[in-house]
Design a protein around this ligand. Structure first.
Ligand code: SF4
Length: 321
């Protein structure tokens, strides 16, 4: 079968939501010189489900650094030696101010804190601040209990982020202070609380295509709603090195996730600028329908204005939710 026939078959199976593991192997093995055909397929699948709309979000780091967990890639871990600013929990006023900036730019807004989890008192404080934002907000505050998730839901949090990062097997090489199972169980509690689950991973840490495929299928089993894909930005002082992957390989990761999760929001997040460089706008042709706009947790991103210019040039339209 030629590249066009293979792409047509993939497209048809994806829009019928019938993609299987064999289809993902086909994408993974796609020849680099024929990637334009694969990306056309991914782009059409994206358009089938989302038209010309994309869903960007802005994140606020409400408690930075000082984390006792040992995630090898993370600049906020005390096991690493990255030179970052450590902060206490942001105030209610600071959170509301940043929420207003995000809304002004038509961006979804999410608060993110470092650490295994916030304390009950902190969760309550953040929930009250988010309630004042008027609902429709997102959060990522760690491994919380059923009661704490219910509290957030009741305060108007509609989507909770908790990433699995990589495959179950490779996770042990990246993190030892908590287990993969704890992460999976947290994701299940988010779902039970009635919030959308935002759950994805980080790529370029030495994982194989098998690890990536495993994660992709695990997210299908968990039926997550939004999938953030981070491309490693190796901050000096962390225990990871600069990724060896080319921009095209990172883009192919986006396509694997689009084909596997045809109707789910796939967001390209941290490391987009560093790893895709001038090929950034191809992420939409590779299947992404979302991204983080502005700065990340401890690293700079492109400005919101420059992201907006990219979106306009591509004829896409931003939608926040
Ligand atoms: S990823 Fe989260 S849990 Fe892991 S070290 Fe960073 S802040 Fe801590």
């Amino acid at each position: 079968m030629g590249a066009f026939e293979k792409a047509q078959r993939l497209y048809e199976r994806a829009i019928q939501k019938k993609t299987n593991e064999e289809d993902l192997d086909l994408v993974i093995g796609w020849k680099e010189e024929e990637l334009s055909v694969l990306f056309s397929c991914a782009d059409l699948v994206r358009r089938h489900f989302f038209g010309n709309t994309v869903n960007p979000c802005a994140i606020m780091n409400i408690k930075s650094g000082g984390c006792p967990e040992d995630c090898a890639f993370c600049s906020q871990s005390t096991h690493n030696k990255a030179n970052i600013t450590v902060t206490r929990l942001s105030s209610r006023e600071e959170i509301i101010k940043r929420f207003k900036v995000a809304r002004k730019h038509n961006l979804s807004f999410g608060v993110v804190s470092s650490g295994r989890r916030l304390s009950y008192k902190e969760v309550k404080y953040v929930a009250e601040a988010l309630r004042e934002c008027g609902g429709g907000v997102h959060a990522s505050l760690g491994i919380l209990s059923k009661e704490e998730f219910a509290l957030l839901r009741e305060a108007g949090v509609v989507c909770y982020n908790h990433n699995l990062e990589t495959s179950r097997e490779y996770f042990k090489k990246i993190v030892t202070t908590h287990s993969y199972e704890e992460r999976v169980e947290t994701v299940k509690r988010v779902k039970q609380a009635g919030m959308d689950v935002c759950c994805g991973g980080i790529f370029g840490m030495g994982e194989t295509w098998e690890d990536r495929k495993w994660l992709c299928l695990e997210l299908k089993r968990l039926d997550v709603d939004v999938i953030p894909l981070n491309f490693l930005n190796a901050v000096p002082g962390t225990r990871v090195s600069r990724p060896a992957e080319s921009p095209l390989e990172f883009l192919k990761i986006v396509t694997v996730f689009r084909i596997a999760h045809p109707d789910k929001t796939i967001k390209v997040c941290g490391g987009r600028e560093v790893n895709l460089g001038r090929m950034q706008n191809l992420m939409f042709y590779a299947g992404a329908n979302g991204y983080i706009s502005g700065d990340y947790l401890t690293t700079k991103g492109d400005s919101i204005d420059s992201d907006d210019a990219m979106i306009r040039a591509l004829g896409l339209e931003k939608t926040a939710f």
